[in-house]
Design a protein. Structure first.
Length: 187
């Protein structure tokens, strides 16, 4: 009787393990990855002419940006006008052009929406990083300015629906790209 019970118990354990491994294989098969161009088409990514992506770092722009019109202030002004930066670019400390791998990783981060609720912005805004999206003519066709410490950002109107990224992931991406400036103590 004990042997029969023991055998039934072993058979149940083996069948449960088989079901678990089969279900994980099925889930792996259903998660078919799409190419970046398919993902861009699927999301109707607005920057169809995207050629280059550049990351800038600078000291807190709110402290030194004086290029302000009568109708705008430093919090609401357009940061790119006529495909060019609308602030003093001599204050930029670092400029890094992303390679194709990091560019794809950035686009994946922008497409996700996993951190929309988790990382709520603070009441501060001290931006130190900007992502510039350029076309084949090297014109700026979109941007995102980020304050990693406050978890806030500004963006061009054409990128308004691509902001579900995690700020911690964005910081990791910047570090992979070679950006070293992340706070007031620039090395």
């Amino acid at each position: 009787m004990r042997k029969a019970f023991f055998l039934i118990f072993i058979v149940i354990l083996i069948s449960c393990k088989k079901e678990n491994t089969e279900s994980s294989i099925v889930s792996e098969k259903t998660q078919v990855s799409k190419s970046k161009s398919e993902a861009i088409k699927r999301k109707d990514f607005p920057l169809k002419n995207l050629s280059k992506v550049e990351v800038l770092s600078y000291e807190d722009r709110m402290r030194w940006d004086r290029k302000i019109t009568k109708k705008d202030n430093k919090y609401t002004k357009d940061l790119v006008v006529h495909f060019k930066l609308n602030f003093d670019s001599t204050k930029v400390k670092e400029r890094v052009l992303l390679n194709s791998v990091l560019k794809s990783e950035l686009l994946e981060l922008m497409f996700q929406d996993s951190c929309r609720v988790e990382e709520l912005p603070s009441d501060c805004y001290m931006p130190r990083h900007m992502i510039l999206f350029r076309d084949q003519k090297n014109r700026i066709i979109g941007y995102k300015e980020l304050c990693l410490s406050c978890k806030g950002f500004r963006e061009s109107k054409n990128l308004e629906n691509y902001n579900g990224f995690c700020f911690s992931q964005m910081e990791e991406l910047f570090k992979k790209a070679g950006i070293k400036y992340f706070d007031d103590n620039y090395e």
